[in-house]
Ligand binder design. Structure first.
Ligand SMILES: *Cc1c(COP(=O)(O)O)cnc(C)c1O
Length: 397
């Protein structure tokens, strides 16, 4: 179905941070399958972990456990710094993780007679009906209304607006991306997450952090909210993960912090056939293992810091460079991002334009400093070419 419009090309092979198309042209993958390919393409550790698991036990029903699944749950609770009594539910995607979190909010509210759910303007939480209700963009929502009720969107990064929404009473849960990825890599001011935590606690509501895009090292910490500049010190009730977790194999997770949130979903309340599949769990364990073994969190923080400042100085049209770690937006002073994306592809770089004025970079966490620099050096000509194309000239790079 034509849900994504015409494809930009046909990719047949990948290795490290590079992919090749059917004509043999090589591209530096600075989008990483939209923040998914944490270890790049065809990483040997991921390939062998997945192959070994598939050759041992590829799938069982959730009437049984597997060692791989249990090990992954334990490892996730460690990296999430979750307290004792915490639990994990596995899904196949980000939207499914958020569906489960939405159900947890409903159960939490049902016990308290509350049903309002707060999300933020600009939020993206997925495309299935519950997650779509949490998503803000009208163009995504409106064709599918009526959506599950009770969700209200409050202005982004506005503590007073949040206070007012809570003061009206009846809030069962609050869902926040520590950094809004699809909205163009927007981070609320330091202190916003702490204020949200305080309000949620005071009003006995669940604080759900959607780290589907920001988690698993993407922003330079295991989870973005661990970064003091984003949400340092905040302990959420629920965190959702997916995208980078499996390094390219579909897997998502819902982490419930502490016994209260961990027991909201009781037998019969939720389920999944594929969620927790051992092959997906092996992929996630391998991804977490390589991130730790190769000290990628430090690499992502360091490379992100220097790259962002280099990008900011690359061209006069670059008005701002935002982000954390390797989740970066290059803001342009004119609405030419789509044309610049096309020019970048012609020059051998895969990026994307989540808004008319911004380019998003979410490359593999293994991207080298030198690979990043090749893009910085190419960016002036790419932007010039994109601007010419947007103006109707011949913009081919
Ligand atoms: C991508 C994304 C989702 C949806 O994940 P899917 O795997 O595409 O369903 C949800 N929340 C955030 C923040 C995302 O970036």
């Amino acid at each position: 179905m034509n849900t994504f419009g015409p494809p930009q090309g046909v990719l047949v092979r990948g290795e490290g941070a590079y992919v090749w198309d059917a004509d043999g042209t090589r591209y530096l993958d600075l989008l990483g399958g939209i923040a998914v390919n944490a270890l790049g393409h065809a990483h040997p550790t991921l390939v062998s972990a997945v192959s070994a698991q598939l050759g041992t036990l590829g799938h069982v029903s959730n009437f049984f456990a597997t060692p791989t699944q249990v090990t992954l749950a334990e490892r996730l609770l460690e990296v999430a710094q979750a307290p004792s009594g915490s639990r994990v539910f596995f899904t196949n995607s980000g939207t499914e993780a958020n569906e489960a979190a939405f159900k947890m909010i409903r159960r939490h509210g049902a016990a308290r007679g509350t049903s309002r759910v707060l999300a933020l303007e600009g939020a993206f939480h997925g495309r299935t009906m519950g997650a779509l209700a949490l998503t803000h963009k009208a163009a995504y929502r409106e064709p599918f209304e009526p959506l599950p009720g009770g969700v209200e969107h409050v202005p982004f990064d506005d503590v007073a607006a949040l206070e007012e929404a809570f003061a009206a009473g009846g809030v069962a849960g609050l869902v926040i991306e520590p950094v809004q990825g699809e909205a163009g890599v927007r981070t609320p001011a330091p202190g916003y997450l702490a204020a949200a935590r305080e309000l949620a606690t005071r009003h006995d509501a669940l604080l759900v952090l959607d780290e589907v895009q920001t988690g698993v090292g993407r922003c330079g910490a295991w989870l973005a909210h661990h970064d003091p500049a984003i949400g340092g010190g905040v302990v959420p009730d629920v965190v959702t993960l997916a995208k980078g977790l499996g390094g390219g194999i579909p897997v998502g997770a819902v982490i419930a912090y502490g016994e209260g949130p961990a027991t909201l979903l009781q037998p019969g309340n939720h389920g999944t056939t594929f969620g927790g599949n051992p092959v997906a769990a092996a992929a996630a364990l391998a991804t977490l293992h390589v991130i730790e073994r190769d000290d990628l969190l430090a690499h992502v923080s360091e490379l992100g810091r220097t790259w962002r400042s280099d990008l900011a100085a690359a061209h006069p049209l670059v008005s701002e460079v935002r982000g954390h770690g390797l989740l970066i937006a290059v803001e342009l002073a004119q609405p030419v991002a789509a044309a610049v994306q096309t020019a970048a592809l012609a020059a051998g770089f895969i990026v994307n334009a989540p808004t008319p004025t911004s380019l998003r970079l979410a490359p593999p966490l293994i991207l080298t400093t030198e690979q990043a620099a090749t893009f910085t050096r190419a960016l002036p000509a790419i932007i010039d070419s994109g601007v010419r194309a947007a103006a109707g000239g011949s913009g081919a790079a």
